[in-house]
Write a protein that binds this ligand. Sequence first.
Ligand code: GDP
Ligand code: MG
Length: 161
Amino acid sequence: PRRHGSDSAELQEKTLVLVKPDAVQRRLVGDVIKRFERRGFKLVGMKLLQANHGILDKHYHQLRQKPFYPSLLAYMTSGPLVAMVWEGYNVVRSTRAMVGDTNSAEAKPGTIRGDFSMHVSRNVVHASDSVEMAHKEIGFWFHSDELVAWECSDRDYTYGP
Ligand code: GDP
Ligand code: MG
């Protein structure tokens, strides 16, 4: 029997990843994408856009009272970012582990932040921190018709039969 049916919900877990403006400026978009592709996750949505305060106030709702919030807004609106939705087994937790510590100065080598960044204020990527938040955040950044459901041809070689 298959451990995962093609309709299996656990293979369709999704998360939001933002390649932040510093990473776009530093031409790191491809490096970030490559990490998630190589791991085995499936790209189901992607766009380059200029964020505004409206969407960031929703996305960073819990941080609006923080002293660094104005500088976070300035950073996140300083240039275009790339918004992506990645799908796969345990993608929320795995992606957070691959991204590394919020504070780039403490992030471990081998993580995206640990390999590509130096400081908490310029930490290259965002990844949702729970399945529930991922669902909300994907809704802030994408219309449902911007997500593409498709089958990876190597599925059985990625997950087993
Ligand atoms: P994340 O989930 O790992 O991105 O971390 P948080 O949700 O705690 O914070 C969201 C984002 O706010 C971080 O990724 C940073 O871009 C920014 N941030 C968090 N803490 C600080 C801080 O102390 N100073 C500055 N300048 N930015 C911060
Ligand atoms: Mg967060």
